[in-house]
Design a protein around this ligand. Sequence first.
Ligand SMILES: NC(=O)c1ccc[n+]([C@@H]2O[C@H](COP(=O)([O-])OP(=O)(O)OC[C@H]3O[C@@H](n4cnc5c(N)ncnc54)[C@H](OP(=O)(O)O)[C@@H]3O)[C@@H](O)[C@H]2O)c1
Length: 252
Amino acid sequence: MMLITGATGNVGREAMRLLGDRAVGLSRATPLGTVAHVEGVLYSPRAATPERLAWAAERGAKRVVVLSAATVSHPVGDPRFIAEFTAAEAAARRSGLEWTILRSTDYAANALAWAPQLRRGGVVRGAYPGAVTSTVDERDVAAVAVRALLDPAHAGRTYLLTGPQPLTQAEKVRELGRATGREPAFAEITPEQARQGMLAAGLPAEIPDRLLGSLADYARAPGPSSTTVAELLGRPARTFGEWADDHRAAFL
Ligand SMILES: NC(=O)c1ccc[n+]([C@@H]2O[C@H](COP(=O)([O-])OP(=O)(O)OC[C@H]3O[C@@H](n4cnc5c(N)ncnc54)[C@H](OP(=O)(O)O)[C@@H]3O)[C@@H](O)[C@H]2O)c1
């Protein structure tokens, strides 16, 4: 049985779907004691802990796949957040299990944060419209994670997972407009206005800290791109446009 931590998250949910009855999901609401034998663990740094990994190892786990971030090898933003991912990678390496590390760029699902503004009136207010990333589709991250859980050939490998196309934030908003048959605008505001807006919307201070630091760096120099998703899956990585088409209902 594969143990999927963060099973209600973007990647975890898709990994659960792909694995079907070969997986058991953990979230905060799921007690740990329900699994007798574990083969592998999908380690979501936000949801898992080294203790959970040790617990899985005691139940036979051979393999761990870590959902890390590109910022570990291509540092951007606040070092606090890089440290979180570095610590998760270190926990996997120390665990004694075979490990595979997936360092992803930003997930396409992060664009859902724009959904309320697009539904309301078609103007996205944000800082750094020119910040460039090769956003990866979280379904592709899950597909790679499942391969790495099932196939020992990926043991000891660290993969940089990105989407196929570098896009600015403003271009991503335009793609959402194309998918929904609208013409949304990206209205630039200052980073401080963006921070205040997020705090006023009730988000914890961690979110603007995490986001705005990275965007400032990606406005200076584009984030990394790789062809690893296509190489590992044997088909092209999904584009942001495909993600937008598949999620258009969330923006209408
Ligand atoms: N978003 C990105 O751009 C990006 C890029 C690279 C790496 N990552 C990393 O990839 C991982 C998966 O991201 P995602 O977007 O699929 O996940 P997500 O949607 O953020 O979901 C988080 C999952 O973690 C659980 N969780 C949240 N806080 C928790 C806590 N304090 N204790 C235990 N469980 C908790 C949630 O479970 P409940 O149902 O209990 O709430 C949920 O299943 C994360 O660790 C993230 O840091 C994200």
